[in-house]
Every structure is written in structure tokens, then in C-alpha cells.
Design a protein. Structure first.
Length: 163
């Protein structure tokens, strides 16, 4: 929302004309809930002692980054002409998501669960890549219409257009 306000102010500064700012509360809430809160990739040399705070932080960071690569139902996707944010918060919404994208996900009942094996982790990451590819086949408005018709929370990402 802040970005939209800043863009409107910049437009007013350049042209002298104000702008109407529309913000998706869903998009803002989703963005805040999924922010990376901890990253320790820069920690090159970790102290030797086992179980220290830096080691624990590095492990949490590694798990957090891996989770983002497996996220399927609660994120922003690029479409053929823009971006859309979806938030499938329950199983029925996830089933609609899978149907619309012609996909199957055996983990749709618990997408936040940690994978039991490396193979499962890779399969879940592949699902995200497949979804990314399929979203590119339609426009943002087409996806918005499809998800809204099925009651799945979504919102197009609003972008500042250069004139």
C-alpha cells in the first residue's frame, strides 16, 4: 500500500494531478504473513560448538528458504500479462486451485508440513514450478475471473504504469 501511495505522490509531483490509490487488503495481509524474518546465508564461518545460536539460526533460515520454494497455495504468480496473488487457506480452496491448474497434489491437506524425504521435497518443489508455468498461459484478469467464480481469495498485483 505504501508503494502505491508513493507512486501516486510521485505522479502528482511530475504532473500536478493526484491519483486514486486502491489497495488489496488480501495482498497486503498475504505479503506480511509470508515475509522472510530470518536469513543467515552470509554466515560463512560458523563457530565449532554444536547447538549454538548461530547454527540454530542457520538451520531455521535453511528450512524457511526451502519452505518458500515449496509454497504452492499462498503466493504471487506471474501471468501472461502481470501478476496475481492467491491465498488458498483451506482444503476446498486448494482443490479448486488444483482443478483450475489441472494438477494433482497429494500433500494438499497439509501443505505446510515438512517433507519426510528429499524425494518428497523435490516433488513438492516441482509442483510449484509446474504451477508457475501454468499461470503464464492466461492473463491476470482471466485467472481473477476463474478464481473469483469459485470463491478462492485472489487479487491482481497493481503496477505503476509509465506514460
Amino acid at each position: 500500500m505504501l508503494y502505491g501511495i508513493m507512486c501516486a505522490l510521485f505522479q502528482r509531483y511530475q504532473t500536478g494531478k493526484g491519483q486514486k490509490v486502491q489497495a488489496s487488503l488480501l495482498e497486503a495481509a498475504l505479503g506480511l504473513q509470508r515475509q522472510k524474518m530470518l536469513t543467515v546465508e552470509g554466515a560463512v564461518k560458523l563457530p565449532v560448538r554444536k547447538g549454538n545460536t548461530i547454527e540454530k539460526m542457520a538451520e531455521v533460515s535453511k528450512q524457511s528458504n526451502a519452505f518458500g520454494a515449496r509454497e504452492l497455495y499462498y503466493r504471487t504468480y506471474q501471468t501472461s500479462d502481470g501478476f496475481i496473488t492467491v491465498g488458498c487457506l483451506n482444503v476446498p480452496q486448494r482443490l479448486v486451485f488444483l482443478k483450475l491448474l489441472d494438477m494433482e497434489d497429494p500433500w494438499h491437506t497439509n501443505p505446510d508440513g515438512l517433507p519426510a524425504t528429499e524425494e518428497i521435497d523435490q516433488a513438492r518443489r516441482q509442483l510449484s514450478l509446474t504451477a508457475e508455468t501454468r499461470f503464464l498461459k492466461r492473463s491476470t484478469q482471466e485467472w481473477v475471473g476463474l478464481f473469483e467464480a469459485q470463491g478462492v481469495p485472489n487479487a491482481p498485483l497493481q503496477m505503476l504504469r509509465n506514460k
